[in-house]
Design a protein around this ligand. Structure first.
Ligand code: FAE
Length: 543
């Protein structure tokens, strides 16, 4: 067993029960004279040597669902999260920084920003920042940059909140082994209700200057014969109306997106995780990065590195758990499992672990509009509309904002496409890291599918693509994804409910289960699948 080392690993004198009930660091922080954490995200710090019935790795959608439902069933749960708690305002009074002025809070351990849309008018907009455990990770693999949220709440901290249930006729292609009647009758409605999903008021949409860009998107889509759809979101639309009225602090209407929203967005901190905490059976240790899970008799020994906000390891702790849920996201879970199988820690994981990874077909582009189609200097950072050409062209395009604060005459889109390519994670023993064999050229099918929409719109409108948003004379944002999916696919690496083959008591419950594509934005499907699986696991494994 690895020994706890260095500072920060001690339990601040609290009992194990204290940590399990989630009161730990409130006292610790008060003693150290640090800002008082808000009640919504009180953080703990698990003690070296502790035993917990259930340990969850990661606090995104899958982890949050597991925590809430297990706790409601009476099971104490401890979550380990590599990112920060994001519960304490900085000197500027804000927890998160603004998209237009990223600071150290923006990026996970980088000294220079890595903006997804990193050029404007042909010049790079990236800037130097202090290395910090910031909220957005731009994780670079050989052929793709994978953007992910880091902190208590996972991707819900940084995402656009677009909460889309796939069209039912597409579901068999997303999760072929899952009963669609159950998903659409029970688990999608449950996920949408718990996440607080709702749609923009169409009358307000038609009136507010903040959605002029989306109205231009609608006009262009409809004039080319495409289906335009409103897209539900977890943002509080009444709050957004009050932002416009000037009665509350602005968030969506002040360009808060990507690096966190200070108001208005219902992230997991406000929904699943708040309700999980309210049970009194859930504790979360932020800044704890899991590095190993190994069998330890009938239990598992889990090793985690405790980090400071510069990313230094301040302690290494080992705890034991009867059951471990991998909820570190598609990339985090896949990397851990591939490493643990290759290094002999979990030798009985099967050959499917690491396979079936996809980018949800993400590709971005912009179009240059005519002067009479201004998209507005004021833009809500929360998208609310999409163009659905999935059946005919294999593309669903979000009409996305470009909230740079000036008139750009640009329409900007993130397309989700039916890209057939799937990549594999593998262990590079010499380098001591997990690699992903995705190739940039594999985005070409996505570009071709997105073009089924935008070539036609450009032809109808007499417009052209922007070439200044992703480099110099570069049209397509084909270097990235926001939507990593797969790597421990349901019914292949696991059984039909996420139990990992070969090691009883280990589960996958996040986007790693989904084989590469959801046809739309993925977090509602990740949440609904987690709801389905945890219900079965509680009924059969924990009774
Ligand atoms: P995720 O939410 O990524 O949570 C995993 C957690 O595990 C993270 O907090 C990690 O820090 C943590 N973790 C990883 N490794 C470790 C480790 N070794 N030890 C401890 N903790 C660890 O996973 N989706 C939509 O549906 N609609 C949108 O509008 C949307 N917009 C997006 C915008 C951006 C910029 C990004 C980056 C993503 C967006 N997504 C959107 C994707 C969505 O956030 C993502 O699919 C989910 O967050 C994935 O949920 P998981 O539970 O799989």
């Amino acid at each position: 067993m690895i020994k706890e080392t260095g500072r920060g690993g001690a339990s601040n004198g609290l009992t194990r029960r204290g940590f399990i009930t989630g009161t730990g660091s409130i006292l610790g922080a008060a003693t150290l004279g640090m800002p008082r954490a808000s009640a919504r995200t009180r953080a703990a710090s698990i003690a070296h040597g502790a035993h917990v019935p259930v340990l969850v790795i990661g606090t995104g959608y899958g982890g949050a669902v597991a925590a809430l439902r297990l706790a409601q069933a009476g099971v104490p749960v401890h979550l380990l999260e590599m990112g920060m708690a994001w519960d304490t305002p900085g000197p500027d009074g804000r927890i998160f920084c603004n998209t237009r002025s990223p600071d150290h809070r923006a990026y996970w351990l980088r000294t220079r920003t890595k903006a997804p849309l990193n050029y404007f008018l042909g010049s790079s907009i990236d800037r130097d920042v202090t290395r910090h455990t910031g909220v957005l990770d731009a994780e670079e693999f050989g052929g793709i940059i994978v953007y992910q949220g880091r902190g208590v709440g996972g991707g819900s901290l940084v995402n656009g909140g677009m909460a889309v249930t796939p069209r039912r006729e597409n579901f068999a292609g997303i999760l072929p082994s899952v009963n669609a009647d159950e998903m659409y009758g029970v688990y999608y409605p449950r996920a949408n209700a718990e996440l607080g999903v709702s749609a923009v008021d169409p009358a307000w949409f038609d009136a507010t200057p903040y959605y002029q860009y989306a109205r231009v998107g609608r006009k262009h889509a409809q004039r080319s014969g495409f289906r335009f759809t409103f897209v539900p979101d977890v943002y509080d639309w009444d709050y957004m109306k009050r932002e416009e009225a000037g009665t509350v602090p602005k968030s969506a209407l002040a360009a808060e997106i990507l690096y966190g929203n200070n108001h208005g967005k219902r992230s997991l901190q406000q929904t699943y995780l708040a309700r999980a905490r309210a049970t009194g059976r859930v504790a979360i240790s932020p800044l704890h990065r899991v590095t190993a899970v190994v069998p330890d008799g009938a239990r598992y020994a889990v090793t985690a590195e405790q980090l400071d906000t510069a990313g230094n390891v301040t302690a290494t702790k080992t705890v034991t758990a009867d059951r471990v849920f991998f909820a570190a996201g598609s990339v985090g879970t896949s990397k851990l499992l591939v490493k643990l199988r290759a290094t002999g820690a979990l030798p009985r994981l099967n050959d499917e672990v690491g396979r079936g990874w996809g980018d949800n077909g993400n590709v971005m582009c912009g179009r240059a509009n005519h002067m009479w189609d201004a998209t507005g200097a004021r833009q809500s950072a929360i998208p609310c509309a999409g163009i659905d050409n999935w059946a005919a062209g294999g593309a669903f395009a979000e009409v996305a904002p470009l909230p740079v604060g000036i008139e750009t005459y640009a329409s900007f889109y993130l397309s989700i496409t039916r890209n057939p390519h799937r990549a594999r994670f593998s262990w590079n023993a010499a380098a001591g890291r997990v690699e992903l064999d995705w190739q940039t050229a594999w985005k070409q099918p996505s570009i071709d599918m997105a073009k089924t929409i935008f070539d036609k719109i450009n032809a109808t409108e007499g417009t052209i693509y922007r070439t200044d948003l992703f480099g110099v004379y570069k049209i397509w944002g084909d270097h990235l994804t926001y939507h990593p999916l797969g790597g421990a696919v349901l019914n292949r690496a696991t059984d039909g409910h996420g139990r990992l083959h070969g090691h009883p008591g280990l589960y996958v419950i996040d986007g790693a289960l989904i084989p590469g594509n959801t046809t739309v934005n993925p977090f509602v499907t990740i949440t609904a699948l987690a709801e389905r699986n945890i219900e079965k696991i509680i009924a059969t494994d924990l009774r």
